[in-house]
Write a protein that binds this ligand. Structure first.
Ligand code: NAD
Ligand code: GLY
Length: 350
Protein backbone atom coordinates (compact mmCIF):
# COMPACT_ATOMS: atom_id res chain seq x y z
CA UNK A 1 0.00 0.00 0.00
CA UNK A 2 1.23 3.49 -0.87
CA UNK A 3 0.10 6.76 0.67
CA UNK A 4 -0.19 10.27 -0.73
CA UNK A 5 -0.89 12.92 1.90
CA UNK A 6 -3.25 15.72 0.85
CA UNK A 7 -2.51 19.05 2.56
CA UNK A 8 -5.65 21.15 2.67
CA UNK A 9 -7.87 22.88 5.25
CA UNK A 10 -7.91 19.39 6.75
CA UNK A 11 -5.06 17.03 5.84
CA UNK A 12 -5.93 13.45 4.89
CA UNK A 13 -4.18 10.38 3.52
CA UNK A 14 -4.97 8.69 0.21
CA UNK A 15 -4.16 4.97 0.50
CA UNK A 16 -3.54 3.24 -2.83
CA UNK A 17 -3.09 -0.49 -3.28
CA UNK A 18 -4.75 -3.83 -3.86
CA UNK A 19 -7.02 -5.86 -1.57
CA UNK A 20 -7.77 -2.74 0.46
CA UNK A 21 -11.56 -3.21 0.57
CA UNK A 22 -11.06 -5.96 3.16
CA UNK A 23 -8.92 -3.59 5.22
CA UNK A 24 -11.11 -0.48 5.01
CA UNK A 25 -12.59 -0.99 8.50
CA UNK A 26 -9.12 -1.05 10.06
CA UNK A 27 -7.98 1.93 7.93
CA UNK A 28 -11.07 3.89 8.95
CA UNK A 29 -10.48 3.10 12.63
CA UNK A 30 -7.07 4.82 12.30
CA UNK A 31 -8.67 8.18 11.46
CA UNK A 32 -11.93 8.30 13.42
CA UNK A 33 -13.28 7.69 16.89
CA UNK A 34 -16.74 7.05 15.35
CA UNK A 35 -18.34 3.70 16.16
CA UNK A 36 -21.30 3.99 13.80
CA UNK A 37 -21.19 4.57 10.06
CA UNK A 38 -23.53 4.78 7.07
CA UNK A 39 -22.19 3.33 3.83
CA UNK A 40 -23.63 4.98 0.70
CA UNK A 41 -23.28 3.12 -2.58
CA UNK A 42 -25.07 2.52 -5.89
CA UNK A 43 -26.96 -0.58 -7.02
CA UNK A 44 -24.10 -1.96 -9.18
CA UNK A 45 -21.39 -1.52 -6.56
CA UNK A 46 -23.70 -2.83 -3.84
CA UNK A 47 -23.92 -6.16 -5.65
CA UNK A 48 -20.15 -6.31 -6.27
CA UNK A 49 -18.44 -4.95 -3.16
CA UNK A 50 -20.77 -3.80 -0.35
CA UNK A 51 -20.68 -7.19 1.40
CA UNK A 52 -16.89 -7.11 1.78
CA UNK A 53 -16.87 -3.52 2.98
CA UNK A 54 -19.67 -4.07 5.52
CA UNK A 55 -17.87 -7.16 6.79
CA UNK A 56 -14.58 -5.27 7.11
CA UNK A 57 -16.28 -2.41 8.99
CA UNK A 58 -18.03 -4.78 11.39
CA UNK A 59 -14.81 -6.71 11.99
CA UNK A 60 -13.18 -3.41 12.99
CA UNK A 61 -15.98 -2.82 15.51
CA UNK A 62 -18.21 -0.40 13.56
CA UNK A 63 -21.99 -0.55 13.64
CA UNK A 64 -22.57 -0.20 9.87
CA UNK A 65 -25.72 0.59 7.84
CA UNK A 66 -26.04 0.45 4.05
CA UNK A 67 -27.94 2.71 1.63
CA UNK A 68 -27.96 2.02 -2.14
CA UNK A 69 -29.44 4.15 -4.95
CA UNK A 70 -29.93 3.25 -8.64
CA UNK A 71 -26.55 3.49 -10.43
CA UNK A 72 -25.95 6.36 -12.86
CA UNK A 73 -25.59 10.13 -13.23
CA UNK A 74 -29.41 10.43 -13.48
CA UNK A 75 -29.53 9.63 -9.74
CA UNK A 76 -27.20 12.50 -8.85
CA UNK A 77 -30.01 14.87 -7.90
CA UNK A 78 -31.78 16.52 -5.00
CA UNK A 79 -34.28 13.66 -4.65
CA UNK A 80 -31.60 11.00 -4.04
CA UNK A 81 -29.66 13.42 -1.86
CA UNK A 82 -32.81 13.87 0.28
CA UNK A 83 -33.24 10.09 0.57
CA UNK A 84 -29.64 9.76 1.77
CA UNK A 85 -30.20 12.41 4.45
CA UNK A 86 -33.39 10.65 5.58
CA UNK A 87 -31.44 7.40 5.78
CA UNK A 88 -28.78 9.04 7.97
CA UNK A 89 -31.50 10.33 10.30
CA UNK A 90 -33.30 6.95 10.41
CA UNK A 91 -29.94 5.30 11.23
CA UNK A 92 -29.53 7.79 14.10
CA UNK A 93 -26.24 9.00 12.67
CA UNK A 94 -24.78 11.69 14.93
CA UNK A 95 -22.15 14.35 14.41
CA UNK A 96 -19.44 12.14 15.83
CA UNK A 97 -20.25 9.30 13.39
CA UNK A 98 -19.03 8.74 9.86
CA UNK A 99 -20.19 8.30 6.26
CA UNK A 100 -18.49 5.92 3.83
CA UNK A 101 -18.87 6.72 0.09
CA UNK A 102 -18.34 3.41 -1.73
CA UNK A 103 -18.46 3.69 -5.51
CA UNK A 104 -17.69 5.96 -8.45
CA UNK A 105 -17.74 9.73 -8.68
CA UNK A 106 -21.53 9.94 -8.57
CA UNK A 107 -21.58 8.18 -5.19
CA UNK A 108 -18.59 10.13 -3.86
CA UNK A 109 -19.97 13.53 -4.89
CA UNK A 110 -23.46 12.85 -3.56
CA UNK A 111 -22.54 11.04 -0.32
CA UNK A 112 -19.89 13.71 0.29
CA UNK A 113 -22.48 16.47 -0.13
CA UNK A 114 -24.87 14.66 2.21
CA UNK A 115 -22.03 14.34 4.75
CA UNK A 116 -21.17 18.05 4.33
CA UNK A 117 -24.71 19.13 5.13
CA UNK A 118 -26.16 16.51 7.52
CA UNK A 119 -26.20 18.12 10.96
CA UNK A 120 -23.95 20.85 9.45
CA UNK A 121 -21.22 18.36 8.61
CA UNK A 122 -20.12 14.85 9.55
CA UNK A 123 -16.89 13.06 8.68
CA UNK A 124 -16.76 10.93 5.56
CA UNK A 125 -14.39 8.57 3.83
CA UNK A 126 -14.06 8.01 0.10
CA UNK A 127 -13.71 4.44 -1.12
CA UNK A 128 -13.56 4.93 -4.91
CA UNK A 129 -14.29 1.93 -7.13
CA UNK A 130 -13.88 3.52 -10.58
CA UNK A 131 -10.60 4.56 -12.16
CA UNK A 132 -12.05 8.07 -12.50
CA UNK A 133 -13.05 8.33 -8.85
CA UNK A 134 -9.70 6.98 -7.63
CA UNK A 135 -7.75 9.31 -9.92
CA UNK A 136 -9.79 12.47 -9.54
CA UNK A 137 -13.16 12.86 -7.81
CA UNK A 138 -12.35 11.22 -4.46
CA UNK A 139 -9.56 13.75 -3.85
CA UNK A 140 -9.99 17.48 -3.34
CA UNK A 141 -13.20 17.73 -1.35
CA UNK A 142 -15.58 18.89 -4.08
CA UNK A 143 -19.04 17.46 -3.42
CA UNK A 144 -22.24 18.15 -5.35
CA UNK A 145 -25.47 17.10 -6.98
CA UNK A 146 -26.82 18.20 -10.36
CA UNK A 147 -29.81 20.50 -10.80
CA UNK A 148 -32.10 20.48 -13.86
CA UNK A 149 -30.30 23.73 -14.83
CA UNK A 150 -26.86 22.09 -14.92
CA UNK A 151 -24.04 19.91 -13.56
CA UNK A 152 -22.92 20.09 -9.94
CA UNK A 153 -24.85 23.33 -9.37
CA UNK A 154 -25.57 22.49 -5.73
CA UNK A 155 -22.58 21.47 -3.61
CA UNK A 156 -19.92 22.21 -1.02
CA UNK A 157 -16.19 21.91 -0.42
CA UNK A 158 -15.91 19.21 2.25
CA UNK A 159 -12.63 17.28 2.48
CA UNK A 160 -12.83 13.58 3.38
CA UNK A 161 -10.97 12.14 6.39
CA UNK A 162 -9.44 9.38 4.30
CA UNK A 163 -9.44 7.97 0.77
CA UNK A 164 -9.00 4.22 0.21
CA UNK A 165 -8.30 3.24 -3.45
CA UNK A 166 -8.39 -0.51 -4.01
CA UNK A 167 -7.18 -0.88 -7.61
CA UNK A 168 -8.51 -4.47 -7.72
CA UNK A 169 -11.99 -2.97 -8.07
CA UNK A 170 -11.09 -1.72 -11.56
CA UNK A 171 -11.06 -5.36 -12.75
CA UNK A 172 -14.88 -5.36 -12.94
CA UNK A 173 -15.24 -2.00 -14.73
CA UNK A 174 -16.89 -2.08 -18.17
CA UNK A 175 -14.33 -0.80 -20.74
CA UNK A 176 -16.22 2.44 -21.34
CA UNK A 177 -16.22 3.24 -17.59
CA UNK A 178 -12.51 2.50 -17.43
CA UNK A 179 -12.07 4.92 -20.37
CA UNK A 180 -13.73 7.69 -18.32
CA UNK A 181 -10.84 7.44 -15.87
CA UNK A 182 -8.36 7.53 -18.73
CA UNK A 183 -9.88 10.86 -19.84
CA UNK A 184 -9.21 12.56 -16.48
CA UNK A 185 -5.75 10.93 -16.43
CA UNK A 186 -4.91 12.37 -19.86
CA UNK A 187 -6.20 15.71 -18.59
CA UNK A 188 -3.75 15.65 -15.69
CA UNK A 189 -0.86 14.92 -18.05
CA UNK A 190 -1.96 17.60 -20.49
CA UNK A 191 -2.24 20.37 -17.89
CA UNK A 192 0.60 19.48 -15.53
CA UNK A 193 3.05 16.76 -16.58
CA UNK A 194 4.24 16.26 -20.17
CA UNK A 195 6.32 13.19 -19.22
CA UNK A 196 3.24 11.53 -17.67
CA UNK A 197 1.26 12.27 -20.85
CA UNK A 198 4.06 10.78 -22.98
CA UNK A 199 4.10 7.62 -20.87
CA UNK A 200 0.31 7.33 -21.23
CA UNK A 201 0.79 7.47 -25.01
CA UNK A 202 3.69 5.00 -25.10
CA UNK A 203 2.84 2.31 -22.51
CA UNK A 204 -0.42 0.45 -21.98
CA UNK A 205 -1.80 1.95 -18.78
CA UNK A 206 -3.22 -1.43 -17.68
CA UNK A 207 0.37 -2.43 -16.88
CA UNK A 208 1.01 0.44 -14.43
CA UNK A 209 -2.39 1.32 -13.00
CA UNK A 210 -1.37 1.86 -9.39
CA UNK A 211 1.44 4.18 -10.48
CA UNK A 212 -0.98 6.06 -12.73
CA UNK A 213 -3.48 6.49 -9.88
CA UNK A 214 -0.67 7.67 -7.64
CA UNK A 215 0.56 10.23 -10.18
CA UNK A 216 -3.00 11.49 -10.72
CA UNK A 217 -3.47 11.92 -6.98
CA UNK A 218 -0.10 13.66 -6.59
CA UNK A 219 -0.94 16.13 -9.37
CA UNK A 220 -4.37 16.86 -7.96
CA UNK A 221 -3.11 17.07 -4.35
CA UNK A 222 -0.46 19.62 -5.34
CA UNK A 223 -3.08 21.84 -6.97
CA UNK A 224 -5.51 21.49 -4.06
CA UNK A 225 -2.78 22.28 -1.52
CA UNK A 226 -2.22 25.59 -3.30
CA UNK A 227 -5.83 26.53 -4.06
CA UNK A 228 -8.41 24.35 -2.34
CA UNK A 229 -11.36 26.67 -3.03
CA UNK A 230 -10.69 27.23 -6.74
CA UNK A 231 -9.81 30.91 -6.68
CA UNK A 232 -6.93 30.50 -9.11
CA UNK A 233 -4.77 27.51 -10.01
CA UNK A 234 -7.43 24.86 -9.29
CA UNK A 235 -9.38 26.19 -12.27
CA UNK A 236 -6.79 24.45 -14.45
CA UNK A 237 -8.31 21.10 -13.39
CA UNK A 238 -11.36 22.17 -15.37
CA UNK A 239 -9.59 21.74 -18.73
CA UNK A 240 -12.22 20.33 -21.11
CA UNK A 241 -14.99 20.80 -18.53
CA UNK A 242 -16.88 23.92 -19.67
CA UNK A 243 -17.80 22.33 -22.99
CA UNK A 244 -17.70 18.85 -21.41
CA UNK A 245 -20.41 19.77 -18.92
CA UNK A 246 -22.37 21.32 -21.80
CA UNK A 247 -22.17 18.02 -23.71
CA UNK A 248 -23.35 16.09 -20.63
CA UNK A 249 -26.28 18.46 -20.22
CA UNK A 250 -27.23 18.41 -23.94
CA UNK A 251 -27.25 14.58 -23.81
CA UNK A 252 -29.59 14.49 -20.80
CA UNK A 253 -26.61 13.04 -18.86
CA UNK A 254 -26.42 9.93 -21.03
CA UNK A 255 -22.87 10.83 -22.17
CA UNK A 256 -20.68 9.97 -19.16
CA UNK A 257 -18.52 12.63 -17.55
CA UNK A 258 -15.12 11.27 -18.70
CA UNK A 259 -16.28 10.89 -22.32
CA UNK A 260 -17.69 14.42 -22.26
CA UNK A 261 -14.45 15.83 -20.83
CA UNK A 262 -12.46 14.02 -23.54
CA UNK A 263 -14.61 15.63 -26.25
CA UNK A 264 -14.44 18.97 -24.39
CA UNK A 265 -10.62 18.88 -24.44
CA UNK A 266 -10.72 18.35 -28.22
CA UNK A 267 -13.19 21.20 -28.81
CA UNK A 268 -11.50 23.79 -26.61
CA UNK A 269 -8.08 22.93 -28.05
CA UNK A 270 -9.30 23.11 -31.64
CA UNK A 271 -10.70 26.58 -30.96
CA UNK A 272 -7.58 27.61 -28.99
CA UNK A 273 -5.29 26.49 -31.83
CA UNK A 274 -7.36 28.29 -34.45
CA UNK A 275 -7.46 31.48 -32.35
CA UNK A 276 -3.72 31.38 -31.61
CA UNK A 277 -3.74 30.50 -27.88
CA UNK A 278 -2.34 26.97 -28.28
CA UNK A 279 0.50 26.00 -30.64
CA UNK A 280 -0.34 23.89 -33.69
CA UNK A 281 0.09 20.15 -33.20
CA UNK A 282 -1.34 19.88 -29.68
CA UNK A 283 -4.82 19.05 -31.00
CA UNK A 284 -3.40 16.16 -33.06
CA UNK A 285 -1.81 14.73 -29.87
CA UNK A 286 -5.11 14.91 -27.97
CA UNK A 287 -7.03 13.32 -30.85
CA UNK A 288 -4.51 10.46 -31.00
CA UNK A 289 -4.66 9.96 -27.21
CA UNK A 290 -8.47 9.89 -27.25
CA UNK A 291 -8.44 7.30 -30.05
CA UNK A 292 -5.91 5.21 -28.13
CA UNK A 293 -8.13 5.18 -25.01
CA UNK A 294 -11.42 4.67 -26.92
CA UNK A 295 -12.65 8.16 -26.10
CA UNK A 296 -14.65 10.46 -28.39
CA UNK A 297 -13.00 12.84 -30.82
CA UNK A 298 -16.17 14.57 -31.97
CA UNK A 299 -19.29 16.22 -30.60
CA UNK A 300 -22.81 15.67 -31.95
CA UNK A 301 -24.18 19.08 -30.90
CA UNK A 302 -24.35 22.41 -32.73
CA UNK A 303 -22.42 25.48 -31.53
CA UNK A 304 -25.71 27.12 -30.48
CA UNK A 305 -26.75 24.09 -28.38
CA UNK A 306 -23.34 23.94 -26.72
CA UNK A 307 -23.25 27.68 -26.06
CA UNK A 308 -26.72 27.64 -24.46
CA UNK A 309 -25.75 24.74 -22.19
CA UNK A 310 -22.33 26.23 -21.31
CA UNK A 311 -23.78 29.66 -20.51
CA UNK A 312 -25.36 28.18 -17.34
CA UNK A 313 -22.10 26.60 -16.17
CA UNK A 314 -21.00 27.35 -12.62
CA UNK A 315 -17.64 28.59 -13.90
CA UNK A 316 -19.53 31.62 -15.21
CA UNK A 317 -19.11 34.73 -13.16
CA UNK A 318 -21.43 37.57 -14.12
CA UNK A 319 -20.89 38.24 -17.80
CA UNK A 320 -17.67 36.30 -18.14
CA UNK A 321 -16.57 32.70 -17.99
CA UNK A 322 -13.16 31.09 -17.49
CA UNK A 323 -11.98 28.44 -19.92
CA UNK A 324 -8.71 26.53 -19.74
CA UNK A 325 -6.37 26.25 -22.75
CA UNK A 326 -2.98 24.62 -23.19
CA UNK A 327 0.14 26.72 -23.64
CA UNK A 328 1.82 23.46 -24.56
CA UNK A 329 1.48 19.84 -23.47
CA UNK A 330 2.01 19.86 -19.69
CA UNK A 331 1.19 23.56 -19.23
CA UNK A 332 -2.21 25.20 -19.05
CA UNK A 333 -3.63 28.66 -18.47
CA UNK A 334 -7.02 30.19 -17.79
CA UNK A 335 -8.62 32.58 -20.27
CA UNK A 336 -11.41 34.86 -19.17
CA UNK A 337 -13.96 35.14 -21.97
CA UNK A 338 -16.97 37.38 -22.34
CA UNK A 339 -20.11 35.42 -23.13
CA UNK A 340 -19.70 36.65 -26.72
CA UNK A 341 -16.14 35.26 -26.61
CA UNK A 342 -17.48 31.90 -25.47
CA UNK A 343 -19.97 31.91 -28.36
CA UNK A 344 -17.08 32.53 -30.75
CA UNK A 345 -15.06 29.70 -29.15
CA UNK A 346 -17.92 27.20 -29.63
CA UNK A 347 -18.38 28.30 -33.26
CA UNK A 348 -14.67 28.05 -34.07
CA UNK A 349 -14.39 24.70 -32.22
CA UNK A 350 -17.00 23.09 -34.42
P1 NAD B 1 -20.26 6.61 -11.70
O1 NAD B 1 -20.08 6.83 -10.26
O2 NAD B 1 -21.63 6.78 -12.26
O3 NAD B 1 -19.72 5.17 -12.07
C1 NAD B 1 -19.84 4.74 -13.42
C2 NAD B 1 -20.54 3.38 -13.49
O4 NAD B 1 -19.66 2.37 -13.05
C3 NAD B 1 -21.78 3.26 -12.61
O5 NAD B 1 -22.77 2.55 -13.30
C4 NAD B 1 -21.30 2.43 -11.41
O6 NAD B 1 -22.33 1.69 -10.82
C5 NAD B 1 -20.30 1.54 -12.07
N1 NAD B 1 -19.23 1.05 -11.20
C6 NAD B 1 -18.58 1.71 -10.21
N2 NAD B 1 -17.57 0.97 -9.73
C7 NAD B 1 -17.60 -0.20 -10.41
C8 NAD B 1 -16.77 -1.35 -10.40
N3 NAD B 1 -15.69 -1.42 -9.62
N4 NAD B 1 -17.08 -2.36 -11.24
C9 NAD B 1 -18.14 -2.26 -12.09
N5 NAD B 1 -18.93 -1.20 -12.17
C10 NAD B 1 -18.65 -0.15 -11.34
O7 NAD B 1 -19.30 7.57 -12.56
P2 NAD B 1 -17.75 7.94 -12.46
O8 NAD B 1 -17.26 7.96 -13.85
O9 NAD B 1 -17.04 7.16 -11.44
O10 NAD B 1 -17.81 9.45 -11.91
C11 NAD B 1 -18.42 10.47 -12.64
C12 NAD B 1 -18.93 11.53 -11.69
O11 NAD B 1 -17.83 12.09 -10.96
C13 NAD B 1 -19.63 12.68 -12.37
O12 NAD B 1 -20.82 12.99 -11.71
C14 NAD B 1 -18.65 13.85 -12.23
O13 NAD B 1 -19.28 15.09 -12.20
C15 NAD B 1 -17.98 13.51 -10.94
N6 NAD B 1 -16.64 14.09 -10.78
C16 NAD B 1 -16.38 14.78 -9.64
C17 NAD B 1 -15.13 15.30 -9.43
C18 NAD B 1 -14.82 15.99 -8.13
O14 NAD B 1 -13.74 16.56 -8.01
N7 NAD B 1 -15.68 15.91 -7.15
C19 NAD B 1 -14.12 15.15 -10.40
C20 NAD B 1 -14.41 14.43 -11.56
C21 NAD B 1 -15.69 13.90 -11.74
N1 GLY C 1 -12.27 17.99 -11.18
C1 GLY C 1 -12.01 19.36 -10.92
C2 GLY C 1 -11.59 19.65 -9.51
O1 GLY C 1 -11.56 18.79 -8.66
O2 GLY C 1 -11.29 20.76 -9.21
Amino acid sequence: METVQVRASRDYPVRIGRGLLDRCGALLAEVTAARRCCVVTDSTVQALYAGRVMESLRRAGFEAYLFAFPAGEQSKNLATYGEILDFFAASRLTRSDCVVALGGGVTGDMAGFAAATYQRGVDYVQVPTTFLAASDSSVGGKTAVDLPAGKNLCGAFWPPRLVVCDCDTFDTLPPEVFADGAAETLKHGLIADAAFFRRLREENIRGWLEQAVRRNVEIKAAVVAEDEYERGRRKLLNFGHTLGHAIEKCSGYTVPHGHAVAAGMVLITRAAERLGHTPKGVLEEILAANRQYHLPTECPYTPAELYEAAAGDKKRSGDSIDVVVLREIGQAETLRLTMEGLRKFTEVAL
